[in-house]
Design a protein around this ligand. Structure first.
Ligand code: NDP
Length: 448
């Protein structure tokens, strides 16, 4: 069978079957495009229809979430869990609560998760979930009742050996607490390894909160080192001001960079003196305020409501907010301003056209499925600690995270080279390396 025709027919079929899922099509196109050299080298993957099977989730759940708001009114949302692949371990991937969530979003995130999780070298399958619920402006009681209703339905699909969710946009440690509480109540089991991102006080791992943001910066450090550079003195721009963004700002600053800007869905914040990570954390995490409060507290900071955070000239850009937030126009502005490296903290934040623009300009580019793998890797460390009933120190967990990110970086480079690409083509390396590990397991496990 001709490999190019095979891949094209799989892609055409997934578009035909699920025409409304544009983000899933985008994520699949990016991976499938890179797989041909692996399929040529391993005809057994083609015979076993691995690509076709990987593009079809093992199971998809769509469910009703009824709950009552503070006025006693009944509200109804839609919940999702896509259990994409269990070839390498239990389904693993976060839950997103955001009004934009639909099945196509969850499928794109779950598909990316398969390759990311495989790339960590850990025993993790791929999945993702969430709901079209908007946590903004909701009271604590409303959030709790929503989480309880969500878990009342989802609990029957979960388990430490089956499916292990975590947080994502709109789901932080508060939501994980409510979800876990309800899981425990319904099942009558304190099965800590069923959810990750728990508070350290009751079964969580040190460094899980920081892991995705820190991991992106560790990955970036490795990328820069291949060009003889370090983070010292680099001007960095981060998008977002949530979990991933905050800890990317903190680690980049600790390693000597000046983080000039970050953002949210309303606008962006510039601090010419470098963003103070402690103040950013205090405002976002402790006081629950928005970025203008930071601008008011610092003499050389301002909040801008028009344009894009990527208009701010920088050496390094770290998109850490959401998918497709950085388009070709933003990429060309960054290139004009002589950006040197871009690493994705968010999932698929750069459009295909933006990535192409970076590639043409020779900008070092770290794709999310490699650069942001530190979060899920530390979730696996949390599962490991839960299974052995241990709690590691912060230092031990961070050391493991740093090693994992170095290994992910090395794996991308080595795989890209051995399949005929350039060693700095991290997109190609990550796609092939994640695919090979999953495909080998699928072949070994037979037609399931
Ligand atoms: P948070 O909810 O903590 O923060 C999200 C940030 O992105 C907020 O600043 C939010 O702004 C902004 N944002 C969200 N949606 C939009 C939008 N449509 N347009 C503009 N800005 C937006 O989420 P996380 O930091 O956890 O996640 C950020 C990204 O990182 C996501 O792509 C997620 O999938 C990815 N990721 C997260 C991991 C984790 O461990 N948390 C692991 C790996 C990847 P506002 O407050 O105004 O809405």
């Amino acid at each position: 069978m001709d490999v190019t025709e095979h891949v094209e027919s799989v892609y055409a079929e997934l578009r035909r079957r699920d025409p409304g899922e544009s983000e899933f099509h985008q994520a699949a196109a990016e991976v499938l495009h890179d797989l041909e050299p692996a399929l040529r080298k391993h005809p057994e993957y083609v015979d076993a229809r691995i690509v076709e099977r990987l593009c079809e989730p093992e199971r998809q759940l769509v469910f009703r979430i009824p709950w009552t708001d503070d006025r006693g009114e009944v509200r109804v949302n839609r919940g999702f869990r896509v259990e994409f692949s269990s070839a390498l371990g239990p389904y693993k991937g976060g839950l997103r609560f955001h009004p934009s969530v639909d099945l196509g979003t969850v499928k794109f995130l779950g598909f990316e998760q398969i390759f990311k999780n495989a790339l960590t070298g850990m025993p993790l399958g791929g999945g993702k979930g969430g709901a079209d619920f908007d946590p903004k402006g909701k009271s604590d009681g409303e959030i709790m009742r929503f989480c309880q209703s969500f878990m009342t339905e989802l609990h029957r699909s979960l388990g430490e050996h089956t499916d292990v969710p975590a947080g994502d946009i709109g789901v932080g440690s508060r939501e994980i607490g409510y979800l876990f509480g309800q899981y425990k109540r319904i099942t009558n089991r304190h099965e800590a390894g069923t959810l990750t991102g728990k508070s350290v006080a009751w079964g969580g791992s040190h460094v899980r909160t920081e892991a995705t943001g820190y991991g992106v910066v560790y990955f970036l450090q490795e990328m820069l080192a291949t060009r003889g550079r370090s983070l010292e003195g680099q001007r960095v721009v981060v998008s977002g001001s949530g979990n991933v963004a905050i800890y990317a700002v903190e680690k980049a600053s600790a390693l000597g960079a000046t983080v000039l800007a970050c953002s949210d869905s309303v606008g962006y914040l510039v601090d010419e003196d470098g963003i103070d990570p402690e103040l950013l954390k205090e405002i976002r995490e402790v006081r629950g305020q928005r970025l203008p409060a930071y601008a008011e507290a610092r003499p050389n900071a301002r909040f801008v409501e028009s344009g894009s955070v990527f208009d701010v000239p920088c050496d390094v850009a770290l998109p850490c907010a959401t998918q497709n937030e950085l388009n070709r126009e933003h990429a060309l502005t960054l290139v004009k301003n002589e950006v040197f490296a871009v690493a994705e903290g968010a999932n698929m934040p750069c459009t295909a056209e933006a990535i192409e623009a970076f590639r043409e300009a020779g900008v070092l580019f770290g794709p999310g499925k490699a650069a942001n793998a530190g979060g899920v890797a530390t979730s696996a460390l949390e599962m490991q600690q839960n299974a052995s009933r241990e709690t590691w120190t912060f230092e031990r967990a961070e050391e493991r995270l740093a090693t994992i990110m170095r290994d992910v970086h090395a794996r991308c480079r080595a795989t890209a080279e051995s399949y005929g690409g350039a060693s700095h083509d991290y997109v190609f390396g990550a796609n092939i390396a994640g695919f090979l590990r999953t495909a080998d397991a699928m072949v070994a496990q037979g037609l399931v």
